[in-house]
Ligand binder design. Structure first.
Ligand code: PMV
Length: 300
C-alpha cells in the first residue's frame, strides 16, 4: 500500500527580516505543491527517491520520518518518492513543504494520522534539527495553508481573509543563503542600531497596515516594503532588474520575497500578469503565476 500527501510552498508578502527582530510577517500558501509518496517495505531501511534537483530535501525527509516514528511509537521501512511543482532552495519554502508532506504521508501510512497543529509543530522541530534554527513561518503556512499573519516570537499564527490574490513570482535562478543574509542584516544593525531598528519597525508598521486590509493598496505597500528591504542591503542587481521591469510592465507593486540575496521577487499586477511574466522571462528568469491562499497539507 502507498500513501501520497502534498503540501504547498509559500511566499512572504510582508515582513521578512523584520520578523527576525520580533515584528510580524504575512505569508501565503501558493498553489504549487510538493508531493510525497510513501510505501512500506520489508526491510527497515528508509530510501528516498527523487530528481537530483531535490537532493537538498533528503535530510528533512529522513528527520521527518524519525520524528513521526518517535511520536507514534512505531516505525517501518519506507520507500519515499518526491515530486515538486516549484524549484528547491528558491525561498519558496520547499524544505518546509517536503517536511510537512512527509510527516502527513508517513503518519497516515502508519495509521496514526496527526492533526495539522501537531504536523506544524513536528515540522518546525525537523527544520530546527536540520538547520539548527528556524522560524515557524514556513512550516505553519505549509501545514495550515491560506494566508497567515505570524509573530513567531509569541507563537502567534492568525489566518487572514483570502482575497484571491494572484502574483507573478520571478525566480532569479540564484538561490540565496538565508543564514548568510540574516547575518548580513545583523551586522548592519550592530553598525547602525538606531537607523536599522527604525527600518525594522517601519517594516512592521507596513505589515500591520496590510493585515488590517489586505486588499487596500497592496501594491503600494509592497513597494514601500521593498524600499526598506533594499535599505537593509538584501537586494541584488537581478532582483532589482525584475522588480523595476515588473513595475514598468504595469505591476501595481513588486518586492523581494524571502531572504533576498538571490531567490525570488513577487509582483502584484492584476490584468498585467502576462506582460510581467514576459519581462521576467526576458531577463532569463523563471516566471510562475501563483494564487495565494492555497490549501494546506492534505492526503491525496
Ligand atoms: O528564505 P526564506 O524565504 O525562507 O525567508 C527567510 C525569511 C527571513 O525573515 C529572512 C528569515 C526568517 O527566519 O524569518
Amino acid at each position: 500500500m502507498s500513501v501520497t500527501a502534498s503540501a504547498p510552498g509559500k511566499v512572504i508578502l510582508f515582513g521578512e527580516h523584520a520578523v527576525v527582530y520580533g515584528e510580524p510577517a504575512i505569508a501565503g500558501a501558493i498553489d504549487k505543491r510538493i508531493y510525497v509518496t510513501v510505501e512500506a517495505r520489508q526491510d527497515d531501511k528508509v530510501e528516498v527517491l527523487s530528481g537530483a534537483e531535490l537532493n537538498d530535501g533528503y535530510p528533512y525527509v529522513l528527520k521527518a520520518c524519525e520524528r513521526v516514528f518517535a511520536y507514534l511509537g512505531r516505525s517501518s521501512g519506507l520507500t519515499i518518492r518526491i515530486r515538486s511543482e516549484f524549484p528547491p532552495a528558491s525561498g519558496l519554502g520547499s524544505s518546509a513543504a517536503v517536511t510537512v508532506a512527509t510527516i502527513a504521508a508517513v503518519s497516515e501510512l502508519l495509521e496514526g494520522s496527526i492533526p495539522k497543529k501537531e504536523i506544524a509543530d513536528l515540522a518546525h522541530k525537523v527544520e530546527q534539527d536540520v538547520q539548527g534554527a528556524a522560524s515557524i513561518t514556513d512550516t505553519a503556512v505549509s501545514a495550515y495553508g491560506g494566508i497567515l499573519y505570524v509573530k513567531p516570537d509569541l507563537g502567534v499564527v492568525e489566518p487572514l481573509p483570502n482575497k484571491n490574490i494572484q502574483l507573478v513570482v520571478g525566480y532569479t535562478g540564484k538561490p540565496g543563503s538565508t543564514t548568510e543574509i540574516v547575518r548580513t542584516v545583523k551586522t548592519l544593525r550592530n553598525q547602525h542600531p538606531e537607523v536599522v531598528d527604525n527600518i525594522i519597525h517601519c517594516i512592521g508598521r507596513i505589515t500591520m497596515l496590510a493585515k488590517e486590509n489586505l486588499g487596500n493598496d497592496l501594491g503600494g505597500l509592497m513597494d514601500l516594503n521593498n524600499g526598506l528591504l533594499e535599505a537593509l542591503g538584501v537586494g541584488t542587481f537581478e532582483l532589482s532588474a525584475l522588480i523595476y521591469g515588473a513595475r514598468a510592465s504595469g505591476a501595481k507593486g513588486a518586492k523581494i520575497t524571502g531572504a533576498g540575496g538571490g531567490g525570488c521577487m513577487i509582483a502584484y499586477a492584476p490584468g498585467r500578469e502576462d506582460a510581467v511574466s514576459k519581462v521576467v522571462e526576458k531577463g532569463g528568469c523563471l516566471a510562475m503565476l501563483v494564487n495565494l491562499g492555497a490549501e494546506g497539507v492534505r492526503i491525496e
